[in-house]
Design a binder for this molecule. Structure first.
Ligand SMILES: NC(=O)c1ccc[n+]([C@@H]2O[C@H](COP(=O)([O-])OP(=O)(O)OC[C@H]3O[C@@H](n4cnc5c(N)ncnc54)[C@H](OP(=O)(O)O)[C@@H]3O)[C@@H](O)[C@H]2O)c1
Length: 306
């Protein structure tokens, strides 16, 4: 608790797509402090063993929300040690330090922990089977946090986009303005999810976990899937972006085999969100609604800049 009796929330990775949005939604729940490589209240490099534990010991937060991660999926194939350090070892360190400090942790994970060979939306208890270095590192991070004994929530996300950072929506928007045609993969399926909605849902969940002292998850701790409603292929997602932009750029469908990448992607990445809805009565809208809202905001910003 800080001097005003508000719980102290430490947000890791405030400059990322999700972290940026969390800065707004978490600030209504407590006194927010941020830690990251740049532009944060506390300087933190997760590649440095002990740095995170030291920060938690010195700041004694009432909650840590970890939106920091190594997210360069293709690059991870040639930097497995770095990906593992940030996505697995640092998360284990976070869990141990949080247990010692008696502080709960919210951590984000990914659809990439699954093999992608399913036919129905993945449930939390389904067997994982990552097919990339990034997926393996995130799976190990989940396990290390759970094994640490810290009170925790792991929120698995997928296909995240927003008005900031490196993401599919911003890339398509740029390319559609530059080219007359684009080819997009149509045999991978997921649920495009706006980072704003993730941050809002996280805050709604946390608001239900308030205690006199701060936050506690108790019997509700564990893994939850948190994605938008509905499903799409990357091609369908790109077509929806093109429709909204009213662009003349042609979007044609190709297969994964036509677009080789260093890291394999799960073909079937749709997550089942029923557990989140049942436990916290939180459900995100259909992905088309999120996309419309996000693009409306981008258009408003474009208008303001002119
Ligand atoms: N993007 C997706 O489609 C997706 C899908 C499923 C799950 N997720 C998960 O969702 C979470 C948030 O993802 P995101 O898309 O918001 O990621 P992001 O935009 O790539 O942001 C990652 C954040 O981590 C920070 N970071 C990276 N290396 C660091 C280091 N060595 N020390 C300190 N901070 C470091 C970055 O700091 P800088 O600002 O300094 O670079 C950035 O703030 C992650 O756990 C990710 O695995 C993402």
């Amino acid at each position: 608790m800080n001097e005003e009796g508000r719980p102290t929330i430490l947000l890791l990775g405030p400059g990322g797509q999700v972290g940026w949005e969390l800065r707004r939604t978490l600030s209504t729940l407590g006194s927010l402090r941020t830690a990251g490589r740049e532009g944060a209240d506390h300087s933190l490099d997760l590649t440095r063993p002990g740095a995170l534990a030291g920060l938690i010991r010195s700041r004694s937060p009432d909650l840590v929300v970890n939106a920091a991660a190594y997210t360069a999926v293709d690059q991870a194939e040639s930097e497995p040690e770095l990906a593992r350090r940030i996505n697995a070892e640092a998360v284990g360190e976070l869990g141990r330090a949080a247990l010692e400090a008696g502080c709960p942790v919210v951590h984000y994970s990914t659809d990439y922990v699954f093999s992608g060979e399913g036919e129905r939306p993945w449930r939390e208890e389904d067997a994982t089977g990552p097919v990339s270095v990034y997926g393996h590192s995130k799976q190990e991070g989940e396990r290390k946090l759970a094994d640490s004994g810290a009170d925790h929530l792991i929120l698995r996300l997928a296909w995240v986009y927003g008005g900031r950072g490196k993401n599919f929506l911003l890339t398509m928007r740029r390319l559609m303005g530059e080219r007359s045609g684009l080819s997009v993969v149509s045999d991978q399926f997921g649920s495009p999810t706006w980072s704003r909605h993730i941050a809002e849902a996280t805050a709604q969940v946390l608001a239900q976990c308030r205690t006199g002292q701060g936050f506690a998850f108790g019997e509700r701790q564990g893994i939850y899937h948190l994605t938008a409603g509905g499903q799409a292929s990357w091609h369908e997602f790109a077509c929806a972006i093109a429709d909204r932009l009213g662009t003349k750029c042609e979007v044609s469908a190709i297969t994964t085999a036509d677009y080789p990448t260093p890291a394999r992607r799960p073909a079937w990445s749709v997550l089942d969100n029923e557990k989140l809805q049942r436990t916290f009565s939180v459900a995100l809208p259909h992905w088309r609604i999120g996309l419309d809202l996000c693009m409306e905001e981008l258009e408003a910003c474009d208008g303001a800049e002119r």
